[in-house]
Write a protein that binds this ligand. Structure first.
Ligand code: PLP
Length: 369
């Protein structure tokens, strides 16, 4: 048995002609940096996310940092986020000179626990970054409500949540701005590095247009200090070509998740992911929670089933964040030692998912139906 965690080659095989043609068009027109292919994708992405502006940028990390800079977050400020996320969420905060403050997560969905927000707010707090972890959106209504009451900005880290919904509203349309990553392994992946910012605010959009292009409103006239955070033309063209498949791919992921959840419902000591009633989950990652995680990871690896851990060390325990500000992070810490990500991608078969579930049940000693 050989079940990869992710299979980008299988996806490419299905859309090869279209992708090759899209890339060739960019090369033929030499529109390599920004340009018409990026602009076309920006329009499509804004429409897909049901938000006024989408801005193509160089990566998800840049998207986060550009938003923070556009909001004026700087040294001495604090930004509240979670510790069970990819390092980029906190890095972007630190790179502005501000300090990330970590709060704990819901026991059920592993997303930010809004009840802990007010205890973490200080006069220095400027913004909140909830992370739509694994493809499920954070509990946005209470987060936005608390932010409004305290005059804080909300930035969605939507890097794992392309197409996810909360009360029927799309990821990227709920905060003051949102950051997306099109890293190749994400639900919508580029053929290289890319990201996007979405926002309803004309002001934030205008600022980010300048910041991502060396602070220039026109070439060689620099009003503010920015950097090169532009998206490549090739990435814009590839993303445009792939976007029409995203909903279908998300559906295929949900079908795999459905098989796992059905098959593992009665597996001993296995906690399957919980989806809030109000959420449309896009299953970037399907993570189960088990006590003997490392042994299970090793066992499944030996069976040819490639799993992952997202994430093995919460950010406040990273060397880079030694001495960081945080409250008790009990749930985040137990998640780090108990969560195991099973293979999930749009090209995986329902049969393969059943095989993974069966292998898992063999180890946990559970008999599946
Ligand atoms: C992937 C990811 C990022 C960073 O995106 P890059 O495009 O790799 O810079 C940020 N936050 C989260 C939660 C991610 O999963």
């Amino acid at each position: 048995m050989s079940i990869p965690f992710l299979d980008l080659k299988a996806q490419y095989a299905q859309i090869k002609d279209e992708i090759n043609q899209a890339i060739q068009e960019v090369i033929d027109s030499c529109a390599f940096a920004s340009g018409p292919f990026v602009e076309k994708f920006e329009k499509q992405w804004a429409e897909y996310c049901t938000v006024k502006h989408a801005l193509g940028v160089a990566s998800g990390t840049d998207a986060l940092q550009l938003i923070l800079c556009a909001l004026g977050v700087k040294q001495g400020d604090e930004v509240i986020t979670v510790a069970n996320t990819f390092i980029a969420t906190a890095e972007a905060i630190s790179l502005t000179g501000a300090t990330p403050v970590f709060i704990d997560i819901y026991e059920t969905t592993y997303t930010m626990n809004p009840q802990l927000l007010e205890g973490a707010i200080t006069p220095r707090t400027k913004a909140i970054i909830p992370v739509h972890l694994y493809g499920q959106m954070a509990d946005m209504d209470p987060i936005v409500e608390i932010a409004r009451r305290h005059g804080l900005s909300v930035i969605e880290d939507a890097c794992q949540a392309h197409g996810a919904t909360y009360k029927g509203r799309k990821a990227g349309s709920l905060g003051d701005a949102a950051a997306f990553s099109f890293y190749p392994g994400k639900n919508l992946g580029a053929y290289g590095e890319a990201g996007a910012v979405t926002t309803a605010s004309d002001e934030i959009a205008a600022k980010i247009r300048m910041l991502r292009d060396h602070g220039q409103p026109r070439k060689y006239y620099h009003d503010i200090i920015g950097w090169n955070g532009r998206m490549d033309g090739i990435q814009g063209a590839v993303l445009s070509a792939k976007l029409k498949y995203l909903d279908g791919w998300n559906k295929a992921r949900a079908a795999i998740a459905g098989v796992y959840s059905r098959e593992l419902k009665h597996a001993d000591g296995v906690i399957c992911p919980h989806t809030m009633d109000v959420c449309g989950h896009v299953f970037h990652i399907y993570a189960i929670r088990v006590a003997e995680r490392d042994a299970l990871l090793k066992f499944l690896g030996e069976q040819g089933i490639q799993c992952g851990i997202h994430y093995p060390l919460p950010l406040h325990r990273q060397k880079a964040y030694a001495g960081s500000r945080h409250g008790a992070l009990k749930v985040s810490e137990s998640c780090a030692s108990e969560l195991l990500s099973l293979p999930i991608h749009a090209d995986m078969s329902v049969d393969q998912a059943a095989q993974v579930a069966q292998a898992l049940a063999r180890k946990t000693g559970t008999r599946l139906k």
